[in-house]
Ligand binder design. Structure first.
Ligand SMILES: NC(=O)c1ccc[n+]([C@@H]2O[C@H](COP(=O)([O-])OP(=O)(O)OC[C@H]3O[C@@H](n4cnc5c(N)ncnc54)[C@H](O)[C@@H]3O)[C@@H](O)[C@H]2O)c1
Length: 326
């Protein structure tokens, strides 16, 4: 049994990860200030003795904490939320990385600092491999997130170089599944909100842009593989390399729901990439990673999860875990 720190443990990925770790018998300390989630989410972990919660902003140091490993996830991750206060977004991601790395240094433990496919920006290379340096405009509205994440990677690699911190940075590509916030503006949750509220599907641009979507269970498998690997001072892609246009995704969504929707096409966000797909050669060849969930099955599971709440739950489902899995 290990004592693992999960920063951002009340968020989408953090909730799923924390539940997985608790179920496997680990103790989990979550640090979160509920900036993009809700304290009500704690109820999902209440039945586990090994759960501890610290209500704290990651921009405040937490290096005194005693832990055996760290998953540093805390950051506003959806464009709607990270654009609300761009300066705070940069501060959270960069200062948060310093504080998490200091905690790892003090404990001499493994740390995973969550990075993102957004560091590749408006890619000129497709699919994106770790050797591609990306194309991010510092003046775009997305830069507070993209550039801060690039900086957090650099800080991580500097801590590895300078202090020998045992750090790895997974570059996470679009992930979906239960416990996403329905108001986060991402395509999967936006479609599900449309279903629950009987509203049209909102699609940005002409819908021909492509994305690759990774189901949360596959992502967690990848994160655990990377965490337990010997990779240090490096970035590594994790995702699913099946690429699909947003229009095609909407078709599949309609088939799963058994009904059609009106589609409203809106202006694309500035500097939003046209295509996004991971080159998974590194993680495949070095760690044997294979995402298993296909888009139709994953989306079906997600729709079922949210349908169980009959549309009455807010964007911060609290007792959903009990409802969904009871
Ligand atoms: N979900 C994805 O598809 C995706 C893709 C790429 C990278 N990532 C990365 O994975 C991580 C988790 O993403 P997510 O989708 O779960 O996001 P999320 O917004 O659902 O969760 C983030 C959590 O961090 C907390 N948080 C934010 N700022 C904080 C602060 N200053 N102090 C303490 N806690 C704070 C939030 O309250 C929330 O609980 C992020 O680092 C994100 O950049 C996610």
């Amino acid at each position: 049994m290990s004592r693992i720190l999960v920063t951002g443990g009340l968020g989408f990925i953090g909730t799923n990860l924390t539940l997985r770790l608790l179920k496997s018998g680990d103790e989990v300390v979550v640090i979160d200030n509920a900036y993009t989630s809700s304290l009500e989410r704690i109820s999902a972990f209440e039945e586990y003795d090994g759960f501890e919660f610290i209500n704290q902003d990651v921009t405040t140091p937490f290096d005194e904490l005693n832990v055996d490993g760290i998953y540093h996830l805390a950051a506003p991750a959806s464009p709607i939320k990270y654009s609300r206060n761009p300066a705070y977004t940069v501060r959270t991601i960069v200062e948060g990385a310093f504080n998490a790395l200091e905690c790892a240094r003090n404990n001499d433990c493994r740390i995973l600092v969550a990075s993102t496919s957004e560091i590749y920006g408006e890619c000129e290379k497709h699919p994106q491999s770790e050797t591609y340096n990306g194309n991010v405009c510092t003046m775009s509205t997305r830069a507070c997130y993209d550039e801060a994440k690039r900086c957090a990677e650099t800080v991580s690699f500097c801590y590895h170089e300078t202090y020998g911190v045992n750090v790895v940075c997974p570059r996470i590509f679009n992930t979906y599944g239960p416990y996403m916030q329905l108001d986060d503006g991402r395509v999967m949750t936006s479609f599900i909100s449309s279903l629950l509220k009987s509203e049209p599907l909102r699609i940005f641009g002409d819908g021909e842009q492509t994305r690759s979507f990774c189901y949360i269970d596959d992502l967690l498998d990848g994160l655990e593989l990377v965490f337990s690997s010997s990779l240090k001072g490096k970035a590594i892609n994790i995702g699913n390399d099946f690429e699909i246009s947003i229009n095609k995704l909407a078709d599949i969504f309609e088939e799963i729901c058994g009904r059609s929707f009106e589609r409203i096409y809106e202006k694309r966000m500035d500097h939003e990439p046209m295509n996004r797909c991971p080159d998974l050669s590194l993680i495949r060849n070095t760690l044997g990673y294979r995402p298993r969930m296909n888009i139709r099955d994953g989306l079906t599971r997600m729709v079922e999860f949210y349908r169980r709440f009959d549309g009455s739950h807010s964007s911060h489902p609290n007792t959903e875990r009990r409802k969904a899995y009871s």
